[in-house]
Design a protein around this ligand. Sequence first.
Ligand SMILES: Nc1ncnc2c1ncn2[C@@H]1O[C@H](COP(=O)(O)OP(=O)(O)OP(=O)(O)O)[C@@H](O)[C@H]1O
Length: 609
Amino acid sequence: MSTAEEEWRGVAAEDTETLTQRATLRLQRRSRALLGSLLRPHSRMVALALALVVAENAASLAGPLIIAIAIDSGIPAAVGGDPSTLAWCVGGYLVASLLSSGLRYLFLRLVGRIGQDVLLDLRQRIFRHAQRLSLSFHENYTSGKVISRLTSDVDSLDDLLDNGVDGLLSAALSVTGIAVLLVVLDPPLGVFVLAGFIPLVLAARWFFRNSNAAYRGTRGAIAKIIVQFVETMNGMRAVQAFRREQRNESIMSGLNGSFRDANRRALDVVAVFTMTVRMVGNISLAAVLLIGAWRVVGGGLELGVLTAFLLYLRRFYDPLDEMAMFANAYSSATAALEKISGLLEEQPDVREPESPVDLPASDRGRAVTFSRVAFRYSADGPVVLPEFDLAIPAGQTVALVGPTGAGKSTLAKLVARFYDPSSGSVRLDGVDLRELSDSALRAAVVMVTQENFLFSGSVADNIALGRPGASRSEIESAAGAVGAHEFISRLPEGYGTDVRKRGGRLSAGQRQMVAFARAFLADPSVLVLDEATSSLDIPTERAVQGALESVLADRTALIIAHRLSTVLIADRVLVIDDGRVVEDGSPAELIAESGRFAALHSRWRDSLV
Ligand SMILES: Nc1ncnc2c1ncn2[C@@H]1O[C@H](COP(=O)(O)OP(=O)(O)OP(=O)(O)O)[C@@H](O)[C@H]1O
């Protein structure tokens, strides 16, 4: 792939207003490929739907032709005493109408089913893919954008499949069918009507060019609204605490305004196109009426043929209106498809190896080694770890301390392989983390983060996250081991309490205990713990400390320690500064020296008195 194409890979083009011709073609190819892959499993059904719509149109086009025969032959014969032709015409008309309605029903049902299956598949693909993408992607892309891909973009596709495709197929078929019939019925009038097509083709070209640009704008604007909305709702506490409501409102009203303007532009384009179609249609109709009537009076045209001609002509322009609606839905869906296909094109930075290596057997933790690890979060970002070497023997508990921004969390995230080192390697019992399968890595290393995230569901479900499929007694014994059993039993519905419902909400300390129970149940050989910074009251602190000691037994642990009590139970303390180890030793050794840890230790102790 050339560098120019590389620039438009994935979500790179999302915020670009104007694209080069090459980029546009590339994005269109990508969208078409996605649509093709979505429709392929339903190809038979799509073929059946096409057959149904062709048959339906043929049945419905027979109507005016039968009326022409009725007027020109049926009625004169009936006046002459032979009503059979007229009776055949009426019967034929009824059959054609019934057939057309029945086929339409079948077509709509089928298209509805295909459409919903396609959307289901697409939603699942987006969700699955978004979950697979690396943390580094999510940090930049934000959850709001993923939500807008999954909701408003999929909705525009829904709109296209529900209304647009039906409109387009019917319109295209009836316009073609009618054009042929018009020329057959009366060639001079037919050719005259078809000449009206020239301005229509020009108008359609203008429409597509402009509406595509307008709809790219609406997709971008709605995504920004959702991002802002999600961020505000997620940060509601901070919003209210810092009185950010007014500022958020003004940001939101600006975004809403751009969304409205982008939509207005899109609708203006539709309005101009629809008006042009109607105008050409009505002028043609008036002209055909004038010329046709003049020829009927002169005896050059039969009245029935003129009637059929006028009936067809009405049907000829109505679907063109529908085409405008389709084009509308199409432009919106193309813009959505462009964004969705971009998200789906993104590849995780942290990838599972094709032929993973097994870890050796171990029953007491695993050795963790950093060998000449250099790390930066992005290719153009600052170096966070210049060259880091560290060997942690199996079973050792290491506390990481150091100033904010020193790189402690970065080290922890590298051990859990949320990121890969820019150079060098992180190894587990000598095996590079990049050579392990995801499941082996997740079984071996568990990271407990500061946020202690609880998913909606019961307390038991949240603990069971550590080992899906764990029995209730295993869950309870894990909770018991970390000392959480007692408070969980006191919750309104015990282990079955919903953590998101009133009464089930847990305090910071309780959330931490649940997270420990989860880690205990997962039973990893390496535990990475980013200790919560929030201070707990003394009894809770003790309980949490006790829980921590049970979780740490018999495993290797790397703890970003914020509490003195945690540091003191560690076998080894590493003081990190600016991505380097500046002190390394047991807590007692470091306290005995007069370095940074000794100073930190005395400040901690002073704060406890
Ligand atoms: N996701 C990220 N993207 C880019 N830079 C980051 C990211 N996370 C951290 N950094 C940068 O990397 C450096 C180290 O951050 P890190 O979070 O590892 O520090 P820390 O020692 O854990 O700090 P704290 O004690 O405040 O949590 C900082 O300069 C920070 O700005």
